[in-house]
Design a protein around this ligand. Structure first.
Ligand code: UDP
Ligand code: MG
Length: 328
């Protein structure tokens, strides 16, 4: 029985992938457990795919899947989880920001009966602004989300087979894995490690991506923004009513008085802004519904270690979506 699978999404990681692989092997071999490493090439435009192919050829414990284009890290992690066959599955980044030396410790905790083990990083060496922004964001998220998301607890974690099956049983196409991992529950253990910088190459996350990721996180797990829109609307309505009463009283007492261009304009512009933002929120949810109803596969596979060269059916994702449909 295969004991451990390590799932590694890679996007343009030519510069680090060999170093990563070497240090992962060095960390795993002394544990004496049987393991496999599942690399997922997320449509890299550099030599990553060839390197993975090479690693697979030279080491039978390595497997890989390569996407036809860049589908994003969430899709890559999903593909990796689907590929994995081990009793425990470790998810980690290829850039050595998730130190492979910590994997044995995670396996140890797993042996003590935890279904999820999270390695949580601190924020050493990160920009002041970014740290502050994420802190505010997590405080906000904790207030309005139904699942608990912890600052710094990213995708470096171990899942038991049971937990992996639960993750794979969630069919949504908008995948926000931080939320999903928390949603499935199970006994979770964790420890903190010192944040390290990327070994080589550069991060694929710009400010804009992070902002979108943040919005995704807020919207994926609840409908509270809609509730907020209703509350705002009600409060505005009540204040408008009060204001109208005040004006009417004023007119009744002091006679007709026409000025008020400034307050009128302010009112119109302010209200239009709120309306547009609310429409945007609603639109975002409708867009998600539209996206989900299309039942598209999460990714398209170009090749895997089992079948180098393009797959005729569009890969495992396409076939599993087909099954899901015929069952329902
Ligand atoms: N990654 C991916 N697809 C993407 C972007 C990133 O598979 O579209 C992988 C990347 O190769 C790395 C991990 O996700 O293994 C984390 O990416 P990165 O280091 O750029 O993010 P950061 O650590 O800056 O959050
Ligand atoms: Mg990184």
């Amino acid at each position: 029985m295969l004991q451990v699978s390590v799932v590694v999404p890679c996007f343009n990681e030519t510069e680090v992938i060999d170093a990563f692989h070497a240090s992962l092997i060095t960390a795993l071999e002394p544990t004496g457990q049987t393991f496999e490493i599942c690399y997922v090439d997320d449509g890299s435009r550099d030599r990553t795919r060839w390197q993975l192919r090479e690693l697979t050829r030279s080491d039978p414990r390595v497997r890989y899947t390569s996407f036809s284009r860049n589908f994003g890290k969430e899709a890559a992690m999903l593909a990796g989880l689907r590929m994995s066959r081990g009793q425990a599955v470790v998810l980690m980044d290829a850039d050595l920001q998730h130190p492979p030396e910590l994997v044995p410790r995670m396996l140890e905790l797993h042996r003590h009966g935890y279904d999820q083990v999270v390695a949580q990083r601190d924020r050493t060496g990160e920009g002041v602004l970014r740290t502050a922004l994420s802190r505010i964001y997590y405080r906000l998220v904790r207030r309005c989300m139904d699942v608990e998301v912890v600052d710094g607890a990213g995708d470096f974690r171990l899942l038991s087979r049971h937990a992996v099956d639960s993750v794979l049983s969630l069919p949504e196409s908008n995948r926000f894995s931080k939320g999903i991992f928390s949603w499935i529950g199970f006994d979770t253990a964790g420890f903190t490690y010192r944040n390290v910088r990327r070994a080589a190459g550069h991060s694929k996350w710009g400010g804009r991506n992070l902002l979108n990721y943040g919005i995704d996180g807020l919207l994926s797990f609840n409908s509270r923004p809609l509730r907020l829109a209703i509350h705002t609307g009600l409060w505005l309505f009540l204040s408008a009513l009060a204001y109208a009463l005040w004006i009417i009283t004023n007119v009744a007492l002091n006679g007709v008085d026409a000025p008020g261009y400034t307050s009128l304009m302010t009112g119109i512009v302010g209200l239009s802004g709120i309306q547009l933002a609310t429409l945007g929120i609603i639109g975002e949810y409708v867009g998600r519904i539209y996206h989900e109803t299309k039942h598209r596969p999460h990714y398209v596979v170009r090749e895997t270690d089992a079948s180098p060269g393009p797959l005729p059916s569009g890969g495992p994702s396409a076939s599993s979506v087909g099954q899901a449909r015929s069952e329902s």
